[in-house]
Design a protein. Sequence first.
Length: 118
Amino acid sequence: QVQLVESGGGLVQAGGSLRLSCAASGRTFNTYNMAWFRRSPGKEREFVAHISWSGSSTYYTDSVKGRFTISRDNAKNTVYLQMNSLKPEDTAVYYCAANIGSTVYNVWGQGTQVTVSS
């Protein structure tokens, strides 16, 4: 069974940058799509970014376009989220998710906290 482990969260000032990583176990990482989601205090979980299994296709929620970049290294079984120009409203727990043999994201990591101070 695939397991996902996020890392790279922390406290950063507004305008700063962080890079999140999500390491996946298993040998079939290069066959499934990946995504990042986030949950802010008092809000529903929201989609942030998606990347296809090959890395050739990406898309983002409007609020992060131009600031965040999703990428993956299939040789390292890892997906990344580079976050630049961070804003206080980006404060959330960030989760990576995998879409494995399903039409929905059905495997989730435990999350990593990102806090952006003003």
